[in-house]
Design a protein around this ligand. Structure first.
Ligand code: F6P
Length: 376
């Protein structure tokens, strides 16, 4: 179907960490822009950085998006350090923080862009909102395996990452059982527990630790002892990288600086060491890391990416700028970027999913009643 009105020139970029399903968004946006509207569409390389590079913005054609639907990553490249308002540059041999937002807006104007589709997580979309307020017409598309963007039920990449986590837990079950071990698996998610909660549930974890429910070490040890008493010599823990004990702090591998966000990581090792010392059950840890972001997107992420990509172009056609595509129930709806970013999305610790997990015996580490029952 072709809806030819005034011809537009638009661009698309993918910022922040990659997530499976980004190529589905790009493919859908290109096809819709060209087939439905007869517009020109350009790709911006490496997040916002492409606006600052000589060949960073290039025409996307139907041929360029052939065969990319099942591919992970992003054909445009991504950049985790391309924050337009605080970008690292080397000047006179010195690293300096530079605000390149004016240059980005100017370059987009120079290119004659009517709108830019920004596919990103919380950080990239936050920059998108500020650029929009500076006059750059933007439509946002939420992606992140963390699923922590407010205003949408799901973000692109989450479903695939949950499946990777579940597959890993499945595989670890057999070896944990064979060796009577505790396996503590650390999952990504930053300060949200969606990935650990969904992945842990899908993979049959006995213990799920998420940032939204701080845990007591001794409760974890008692949960392992109780399983041993019931004849279950092994346990599987799914631990969000941002989980932390009551009264404690998340564990970081690297603290952030002006250019980089702090890097979480290591809580699984801390938990495994404690469990082994407290219970005598051999405990190992595994950080699943970027495996969760890699590989072919799930069917769900391909479909969601396709829907977000087409709708982003439609929003531009309808003049709905400053909006983000969002999944609400069965529908894709526009949500103002401002509203989507007004707050952070987290697991509801009293929500139905946590309750369902508790109902089937999953331990979250806050069950202090386990401690009193152990002394009876
Ligand atoms: O936001 C997505 C995410 O994968 C987080 O879950 C994780 O903490 C972070 O990115 C890792 O970022 P990087 O790839 O820069 O190490």
């Amino acid at each position: 179907m072709s809806v030819r009105g005034a011809k537009k020139r638009i661009a698309i970029l993918t910022g922040g960490g990659d997530a499976p399903g980004l190529n589905a968004v790009i493919r859908a946006a290109v096809r819709t822009a060209i087939w439905v509207y007869g517009w020109e569409i350009y790709g911006v390389r490496n997040g916002y950085d492409g606006f600052l590079e000589p060949d960073g913005v290039f025409p996307l054609t139907l041929d360029r998006v052939l065969g990319i639907l099942p591919r992970g990553g992003t054909i445009l490249g991504a950049a985790n350090r391309g924050e337009p308002f605080a970008r690292k540059e080397v000047r006179d041999g010195q690293e300096v923080v530079v605000d390149v937002s004016e240059r980005i807006v100017a370059r987009a104007r120079e290119l004659g862009l009517d709108a830019v589709i920004v596919v990103g997580g919380d950080g990239t979309l936050r920059s998108a909102l500020r650029l929009y307020e500076m006059g750059l017409p933007i439509v946002g598309v939420p992606k992140t395996i963390d699923n922590d963007v407010h205003g949408t039920d799901y973000t692109i990449g989450f479903d695939t990452a949950v499946q990777v986590a579940a597959d890993a837990l499945d595989r670890l079950h057999s070896t944990a059982e064979a060796h009577h071990r505790v396996m503590v698996v650390e999952l990504m998610g930053r300060h949200a527990g969606f990935l650990a909660l969904h992945g842990g549930l899908a993979g049959g974890a006995d213990v799920i630790l998420i940032p939204e429910i701080p845990f007591h070490f001794e409760v974890l040890a008692e949960a392992v002892r109780q399983r041993v008493r019931r004849g279950r010599q092994f346990s599987i823990f799914a631990v969000a990288e941002g989980a932390y004990p009551v009264g404690g702090q998340p564990v970081y591998r690297r603290t952030g600086d002006a250019f980089t966000v702090p890097r979480l990581g290591g809580i699984s090792e801390v938990v495994a060491r404690y469990i082994e010392e407290a219970t005598g059950v051999e405990s190992r840890f595994l950080i699943l890391g970027h495996l969760q972001r890699g590989g072919s997107p799930s069917a769900t992420d391909r479909v969601l990416g396709t829907r977000f990509g087409t709708m982003a172009v439609r929003f531009i056609a309808e003049g709905r700028l400053g909006m983000m595509t969002a999944l609400r129930g069965d529908d894709i709806v526009p949500v103002a970027l401002e509203d989507a970013l007004a707050r952070h999305r987290n697991v509801d610790p009293n929500g139905e999913l946590v309750r369902a997990a508790r109902d089937i015996g999953v331990v979250f580490g806050d069950e202090v009643e386990l401690l009193s029952s152990s002394t009876e």
